[in-house]
Design a binder for this molecule. Sequence first.
Ligand code: MG
Length: 469
Amino acid sequence: MPKADVMIRISVSALLAVFFCHTLTAGAAERPNFVVIFCDDLGYGDLSCFGHPSIKTPHLDAMAAEGQKWTNFYVAACVCTPSRAGLLTGRLPIRNGMCSDTRRVLFPDSSGGLPTSEITIASALKKEGYRTAAVGKWHLGHLPEFLPTSHGFESYLGIPYSNDMDKLDKIDQFLLAEQEKFTSYNVPLLRNKEVIERPTDQRTITKRYTEEAVKKIGEFKEEPFFIYLAHSLPHIPLFRSAEFKDTSANGIYGDVIEEIDWSVGQVRKALKETGVLENTLVVFTSDNGPWERFKTHGGSAGMLRDGKGSTWEGGMREPTVVSWPGTLKPGTVTEIGATLDLLPTFVSLAGGNLPEDRIYDGHDLSDFLKGKTDKSPREAVFYYHGEQLFAVRKGNYKVHFKTKTSYVKQKQAEVHDPALLYHLGHDPGEEWNIAPENPEIIEELTALADEHRKGIKPVKSHLTGRIGE
Ligand code: MG
């Protein structure tokens, strides 16, 4: 081969190598980071950007103004454990045994947890080269094989279940909170799988979760990352740092929410200071609606009906704020979305593919977020109460086959035959049953529910077993 030809071939190869190398680097840089901030029992009406008149949430309000406020965003269940399982796996809890009609969440004596055969957002993104950290409440199993570090997270700092568990004292939860008696709940604080504090001093828990999340942002800034920051609050009992004590016009509940809002500000500041704010999709929402029986210590679902534990809108529609500066078109989004959609959306934005060996209930919202379409791919919501499908929403119509008001108000679910029907646009508070005038809509939604049920193969619940059984 003539010498000139060899030189040309080498030069072309070198140029191609530089081109591909550059393309790969550029591709990697475009993959966004993900931060999910997940509250516990925050109501639809508890943020000032969602209309609360006496709780101030300036950081979330700013995030909503620069980003998007989602007014039709749902969780996978109306209580903690199944809701969290749905968010992290993109699958309805009925598909993986993370719900139950008898024990609705996991407890400190539970022997079960999220099966390791499930793929979480963290394990899916880790496969795509993402760094991962979990901070806060877990509630998907406190035994070592179920903890975040067994589910794709590199690290974990948090209380592994609800902050009102391991209760030692019998005095009421209002007094405990007012007296700041965190020692009344013997809940452990875990670093990865080790207990580092017990009882956890919950007065500083929001502050310490925030510091951990900020530290992880600094640690991960050069690589794509996923941080799951799941606050233990405002679940009862309420605690807040000294700086937030008696500062809110809303009282102790407002103090707690305003500290969480401060935390959002700290996370966004850290993203900005490390130069990754514009390449980070932040989602703020809650696991279920407000725990209304706790009066002023519980939140408000605003104009939505009922709260935590029920399939009325107040139990499962959450105040949701999403930010991704430079990519999201700012504004209020009235299309439907759900925590179930986060896994498919994140995997798609990370350049990965969903595993094909299982059924997903989430939709990929990435084209909608990028403004490539003005329709969310999610048209329907299935409202589960434990293992039973109680209601279905399609478009603006919602049909209830069964209802049960939250927790203590009603012992047995009420069966509706004929079903109840509401138009959530005309009647967000679900006050006016329009079933008698709309038999064809009931028929359509009943057929949708039947079709959905046909695709469900219930598996054994992981929530019912107890340690030592
Ligand atoms: Mg909750």
